[in-house]
Design a protein around this ligand. Structure first.
Ligand code: PLP
Length: 432
């Protein structure tokens, strides 16, 4: 067999498919529906990825969100290298997670206690257990189009890699488990009232992405989020904000801080680990005190609070604060998206771009103007239009998140010059 280091992306994909399901370790990486083999990468730096072919790409995927500073930020790299020379797993009490925990608790008033895990999925799974353990109720209410990781009970009408696919839930999730999950549409006050009226007393928690960003970008009306709190409070249910994407991405305190909500529990992932496998669930002290070893809700992890992830996360967060990162990114992304929208108009392209802070989503235009809030409002052309645009950009060295329903991410490494290059590439792509 030839050395994988001497093969091109198509050859590597074929080879990988022999032993890895779909050739990849997470579905969206396969470029499914894009009629193209995924690009295999070897290196990353700042705003760029480099493929096995030696081609450079401006990267707007940024590992699906964790890399708010860009790839291999030098300050993060320095701390990670220092940590590697010190220890890379203790499986014991240590100081590094305490530093990150204290920093977060100091910055975010509704985070009174925090437990680190190794992924967003684990954070969500654990938060649900805490909610059930505290309320002695079994049902969870989620929203159609929100994705909360591959937790069994939440793979019910989920988005992300499943969006656009004909099956709306996963095989292997038993009917019993699925039946514990209630699903309501986003942006639908009436449906929400109804589900609480019929099942309110059984609902342990409502979980929502406060900025739904896994089935395109579907910002919700403030009144809708308020209604969730009002109904949950009235029925004794908890509110869990899944801020795995939005946490430390839209601002230091995530969507909860921006919109001034006080969720009972919050889930973090992505940015909190600066590109290393870290997640966290946290929130009200009285609820978190139910977690083992203090309380009866069991949750554990061999590699939880891994010191490399802890220092990468803390360095990333502190640096973002120091450079006023969220404000810089908001301005930068808004400016970029305004120019991109102008390009779409000038070229009579069928697209528009929706933006929130450093997230943006290129979508097919629909008759309705303004942001769209529900999955049914997404154009039926989305998959086809996006595929064409994605592939033209890819060909010229620009990498968007490789799925029509995934948002793209701006990082602090995307300088004005790089963004000008990106717009040039996109303009050429529109010319065909
Ligand atoms: N929750 C949200 C909102 C997410 O976007 C994701 C992943 O994209 C998850 C949970 C799961 O996180 P992970 O992929 O780290 O398990």
């Amino acid at each position: 067999m030839s050395d994988v280091r001497s093969m091109n992306s198509s050859q590597l994909f074929e080879r990988s498919k022999q032993i890895v399901p779909g050739g990849v370790h997470s579905p969206v990486r396969s470029f499914k529906g894009l009629d193209h083999a995924p690009v295999f990468f070897t290196k990353a730096e700042g705003a760029y990825l480099e493929s096995v072919e030696g081609k450079k790409y401006i990267d707007f995927c940024q590992s699906f969100g964790p890399l708010i500073l860009g790839h291999r930020d030098p300050d993060v790299q320095e701390q990670v290298e220092r940590m590697v020379r010190t220890a890379w797993s203790f499986g014991a009490a240590e100081i590094y997670s305490l530093e990150l925990a204290e920093w977060i608790v100091e910055q975010i008033p509704f985070v009174e206690k925090i437990r680190f895990v190794s992924s967003g999925t684990e954070a969500v799974m654990s938060a649900l257990r805490v909610a059930r353990g505290n309320t002695n109720r079994s049902k969870i209410l989620k929203f159609e189009g929100c994705y909360h990781g591959h937790v069994d009970s939440l793979l019910v009408k989920a988005g992300s890699g499943l969006a656009g696919a004909s099956a709306s839930s996963s095989a292997g999730v038993s009917q019993n488990v699925a039946s514990e999950t209630l699903v309501s549409p986003l942006d639908d006050d009436e449906a929400l009232e109804k589900v609480f009226k019929t099942s309110g007393s059984e609902i342990a928690a409502v979980i929502i992405e406060p900025l739904p960003a896994n089935y395109g970008l579907l910002p919700q009306r403030r009144e809708f989020l308020e209604r969730i709190f009002k109904l949950a409070r009235a029925h004794g249910s908890l509110v869990i904000f899944d801020e795995v994407i939005s946490g430390f991405r839209v601002g230091l305190q995530g969507m909860a801080g921006l919109e001034k909500f006080t969720p009972d529990l919050v889930c973090y992932g992505k940015v909190i680990g600066g590109g290393f496998p870290v997640g966290a669930y946290c929130g009200r002290k009285d609820l978190m005190d139910a977690v083992a070893p203090l309380g009866p809700v069991y949750q554990a992890g061999t590699l939880s609070a891994n010191p490399i992830g802890m220092v990468a996360g803390l360095t990333t967060l502190k640096k973002t604060v120091k450079v006023n990162g969220w404000e810089v990114l908001e301005k930068r992304t808004a400016g970029f998206c305004a120019k991109l929208n102008k390009l779409f108009q000038d070229h009579s392209a069928p697209f528009t771009v929706d933006q929130h802070s450093s997230l943006f989503w290129i979508r097919s235009k629909t008759a309705k103007s303004g942001p769209i809030r529900r999955i049914e409002e997404i154009s039926t052309n989305q998959s086809q239009d996006f595929k064409n645009f994605f592939l033209r950009n890819l060909d010229q060295g620009l990498y968007l998140a490789p799925n029509a329903f995934e948002v793209s991410f701006m990082s602090l490494a995307h300088t004005d010059a790089i963004l000008a290059d990106a717009l040039k590439i996109m303009e050429k792509s529109l010319k065909g």
